[in-house]
Design a protein around this ligand. Structure first.
Ligand code: ZN
Length: 142
């Protein structure tokens, strides 16, 4: 315990000596007329201390500008991604592109999306035989 205390006291004394020598150097430079060096050092220390806050603010601004939240055009699942990037939908696996802050399907050129409609089918006799549901079609031009 005694050796621990003496080691602690030595450490504190060496830190104190270092601080004392820095103060002496500062006073000496100011006396010689080089106070601007000390001011420059303090300005640099201040800028380095401000750097993390500025970095967090800039990164937050960039993320707010570039993160896009929207619905998958295929399954309407809620998605979040960066603008101008490609992602796969986490729900249906469809490859999607984020262009101009909107999710769009990646389709080969000439592909036309067709909306599904429900068509009631009636026989010639007038008897309702049910309905056709969920037509899913892609028309590809050549
Ligand atoms: Zn989807």
């Amino acid at each position: 315990m005694n050796s621990n205390f003496s080691r602690l006291a030595q450490t504190n004394l060496s830190n104190l000596g270092c601080l004392l020598s820095l103060v002496l150097i500062a006073v000496g430079l100011s006396a010689v007329g080089l106070g601007w060096v000390i001011n420059g050092i303090f300005i640099i220390i201040g800028l380095v201390a401000l750097l993390p806050f500025v970095a967090v603010a800039v990164i937050g601004w960039w993320l707010r500008r570039n993160i896009v939240t929207g619905a998958c055009p295929v399954c309407a699942a809620e998605l979040t991604s960066l603008n101008n990037s490609q992602v796969n939908c986490v729900s249906c696996g469809e490859p999607l592109e984020v262009r101009s802050r909107q999710f769009q399907r990646v389709t080969p050129p000439g592909t036309v999306d067709v909306e599904a409609v429900t068509v009631d089918v009636v026989d010639v006799d007038g008897v309702d035989s049910g309905s056709i549901k969920a037509i899913d079609a892609e028309i590809v031009d050549d």
